[in-house]
Design a protein around this ligand. Sequence first.
Ligand SMILES: [Zn+2]
Ligand SMILES: [Zn+2]
Length: 152
Amino acid sequence: MNKVYKKKYYDTVQIIKRAGLSVTEPRCLLLSFLHKKKYPLTIQKIANGLKNHKINQVTIYRIIDIFKHAGVVREINLHGERSRYEIADSKHNRHHIVCTRCHKLENFIGCDYQKLKKNALNRSRYFSKITGHSFELYGLCNKCMKTLSTFQ
Ligand SMILES: [Zn+2]
Ligand SMILES: [Zn+2]
């Protein structure tokens, strides 16, 4: 990887290194793409976004798989939908409210992570360390609420 890339994708390079993975250009491009996105994306959407960089879908699948196992990205599974992926940062700005009907997503801020973590560890028989979390709330978006109420 050349110097210009290393500088441009500095944060991403650090994340990949910290995960103990080797730093390659496609990995950096993919991760910085996810970093910029507020919402989790399907493989297809990621492939579309990286089209100009000539990274094909097979490569994306492979990188996502490696990232997933290294805890760099998180897989989000919504009912009956294709898996979506997002960067697994430790901030709390990637929690979602999901519409159970149309799968619309909205981020929400504020989860009592420290308290939840403590409670979970206190009650756990098999874990002594929590390293991350993902948080989804489910509901009905305004549009779906409206549609449903006109049916009744
Ligand atoms: Zn949180
Ligand atoms: Zn909806």
